[in-house]
Design a protein around this ligand. Structure first.
Ligand code: PA5
Length: 447
């Protein structure tokens, strides 16, 4: 199973730091299980995996097949929780290059609706010219500006290039059952659609069709992903002993460090494929914990790449950080360092070794150096990058997040702060209904 090693935080927390947090962690798990904590109308993610019906997976696979059979490229339009989970899993499992050059077996998956960049949209729509593409339009609220704007452009282009009938076949909506413009549009146009359960918030939705459909279209085994998550669900209940519950140990360790002044958690990987898993994790923890002037700031780095940019800061900057390293035990492929007669680069001392052995020594060397430099280290060991273990990891982080939020004393399942920028943007753009805000904001700018 996924293993959490907290041996390298011991010198940084009070002697009974973790022990002291055990009762709070247990209480938080019970609140989640009994549904009597803050935000309890959004804890549907807790047993999504174990309750996923085979019929739902059949339906997802069936629609994925339609998209796979009819599209060279599929655009996932969504933002935040409506795209980060699928992107994290697809990138973690894909060949680093065939997604770019497009392999023959699977449609290329591209993302839109997560920014408002005119250049991005121009370049995307140019790239799609002449290509057989489909769209998965994902929005729980069905009203998110970034996603709606991109979808408007892509829908028109798809209809123009492929005709209305084919477009209807290759555009799929994942949204609320009744509310929002995405639902109205899907029903009116007759798109196939999936429902995002009411009690699952965006950042906890990767194991619903939000994540599962794009992942299935990309050619990955969603049943194994769900199985991994379901197995982790069983390992993280209140029935498990604290030390055997990875989500409990992770939540306790990070909160003990936070209470000791470590305000920033840096999620570290040594596999570039995990870059988007960190992006997903940042949203999960940032949006769940950062409220009421509290919360660990979630940051991330890709090592060893960023050791050559952020390494200096981490080694010697302000001592308010700790690292959580995702360490992948077994890599997929084998590449040996070749020997070279001339040895001009001086690398013969590593000849015959696997590149991954070099990477593992970089990881260990970094851990030792950073701990010596005052940076506590939590290590999460994942056996390998496949659907099953990624499923376990996802659930472990979700559960760890719910527990951490309650230990911190916030509602981990709302995100009131996200609305502030939207209100200003709508007022500035003159959206109907924002006239008063518009007056206020314009006078503020003029001053
Ligand atoms: O976690 C959340 O709820 C948010 O980050 C949403 O996922 C994000 O804002 C997108 O919202 P929607 O799916 O309604 O378009």
């Amino acid at each position: 199973m996924i293993r959490i090693d907290i041996s390298q935080i011991q010198g940084f927390i009070s002697k009974d730091g973790i022990k002291a947090l055990e009762p709070e962690v247990k209480e938080s798990i019970l609140k989640l299980e009994n549904g009597n904590g803050a935000g309890n109308d959004f804890i549907g993610w807790m047993n999504l995996a174990s309750k996923t019906e085979s019929g739902l997976l059949d339906a997802i696979e069936e629609i994925a097949k339609i998209l796979r059979d009819n599209c060279e490229v599929v655009i996932v339009a969504g933002i935040g929780g409506s795209y980060l989970g699928s992107r994290a899993v697809i990138e973690a499992l894909s060949n680093s290059f065939t997604q770019l050059i497009q392999d023959r077996k699977n449609p290329q998956i591209l993302f839109a609706g997560h920014n408002i960049s005119e250049d991005y949209l121009y370049e995307l729509t140019e790239y799609l010219k002449g290509k057989k593409f489909g769209i998965i339009n994902i929005s729980k609220s069905g009203t998110t500006t970034e996603t709606a704007l991109s979808f408007r452009l892509l829908k028109k282009q798809c209809e123009q290039q492929r005709g209305k009938d084919v477009a209807r076949k290759v555009i799929v909506a994942i949204t609320d059952a009744k509310r929002g413009a995405a639902r109205v549009c899907a029903d009116k146009e007759g798109y196939r659609s999936f429902i995002i359960p009411d009690n699952v918030g965006g950042r906890f939705s990767v194991l619903t069709p939000v994540g599962l459909l794009p992942i299935a279209v990309a050619g990955f085994d969603i049943r194994q992903l769900v199985k991994g998550a379901a197995d982790m669900e069983a390992l993280t209940t209140s029935k498990m002993a604290f030390a055997d519950n990875p989500a409990a140990v992770y939540a306790a360790a990070r909160n003990a460090l936070y209470r000791g002044g470590k305000k920033i958690e840096i999620l570290v990987n040594f596999q570039p494929k995990l870059h988007y898993l960190s992006e997903w994790w940042k949203q999960l923890y940032g949006e769940s914990e950062g409220k009421e002037n509290k919360g660990i700031f979630p940051a991330s780095v890709d090592f060893s790449t960023d050791l050559h940019s952020m390494g200096q800061w981490i080694q010697e900057g302000e001592r308010t950080i700790f690292e959580t390293v995702i360490s992948v035990d077994k890599v997929k492929h084998s590449v040996l360092v070749p020997s070279d007669e001339e040895n001009l680069d001086g690398l013969n001392y590593m000849a015959g070794k696997h590149v991954d052995q070099v990477n593992k020594m970089a990881e260990l060397g970094t851990q030792l150096a950073h701990v010596d430099g005052g940076v506590p280290n939590i290590r999460i060991v994942v056996p390998e990058l496949n659907e099953y273990w990624i499923g376990q990891l996802i659930y472990m982080f979700e559960k760890g997040c719910g527990i951490s939020g309650y230990v911190l004393g916030v509602n981990p399942f709302n995100q009131p702060g996200v609305e502030a920028y939207k209100k200003n943007m709508f007022a500035l753009l003159g959206k109907p209904g924002y006239e008063e805000e518009s007056k206020k904001i314009l006078s503020r700018i003029k001053k």
